[in-house]
Design a protein around this ligand. Structure first.
Ligand SMILES: CC(C)(COP(=O)(O)OP(=O)(O)OC[C@H]1O[C@@H](n2cnc3c(N)ncnc32)[C@H](O)[C@@H]1OP(=O)(O)O)[C@@H](O)C(=O)NCCC(=O)NCCS
Length: 154
């Protein structure tokens, strides 16, 4: 993802989340946050999804993953998550974590399919409706782990 992608990302962001991040939040992620990694998925030159994570020491924290509404159910979310997991492995991450709304069964099902398991709950995590977040973790499979330089270990 580059700064020029942000207007397209905002369209997907607003379609996908009841608490969308601002343009400034994405700009900060791309320019100031040394731990942030974002990718965008295009189909025929059209942005159809994006995903991001923070890579810290040997753990990757997924910040968001979303597919344009009109393109859902075509295994694109799956491709995005797989690519994010591969990238985390290439960077030397050993495990990944995320928070997901307790009612977001679609996303939970996607994560479960890729080996994520629930590990706890953050009560009232989402400020719009005080919904709980389910915390999920996944040990990255050995074959995805590269010898990448770990970050944040100073
Ligand atoms: C979650 C999201 C990224 C999934 O993307 P997608 O491209 O629609 O999903 P895919 O077609 O790749 O499906 C992958 C898996 O997700 C689950 N899934 C997808 N659509 C589903 C549905 N309508 N009902 C139940 N499970 C579903 C299934 O496990 C599916 O695997 P399967 O096809 O083998 O059953 C997409 O729904 C989205 O952008 N949602 C809004 C944003 C969001 O909630 N992000 C997650 C925040 S934690």
């Amino acid at each position: 993802m580059e700064l020029g992608d942000i207007p397209d990302v905002m369209v997907i962001e607003h379609e996908s989340f009841s608490l969308p991040w601002s343009e400034e939040a994405f700009r900060n992620e791309l320019t100031l946050n040394h731990f942030a990694r974002y990718l965008i998925m295009e189909m025929d030159g059209q942005p159809v999804g994006y995903a991001g994570m923070w890579t810290i020491v040997d753990e990757a924290h997924i910040t968001n993953i979303a597919v344009r509404t009109a393109f859902r159910g075509r295994h694109l979310g799956e491709r995005l998550l797989r690519r994010l997991m591969e990238w985390a492995g290439e960077l030397g991450m050993e495990r990944m974590t995320l928070e997901v709304r307790a009612t977001n069964r679609v996303a939970q099902s996607l994560y479960t399919k890729f080996g994520f398991v629930p590990a706890g709950v953050r009560k009232g995590y989402y400020s719009d409706n005080q919904e709980d977040a389910v915390i999920m973790w996944c040990e990255l499979p050995e074959e995805l782990r590269g010898s990448g330089e770990k970050e944040g270990s100073e």
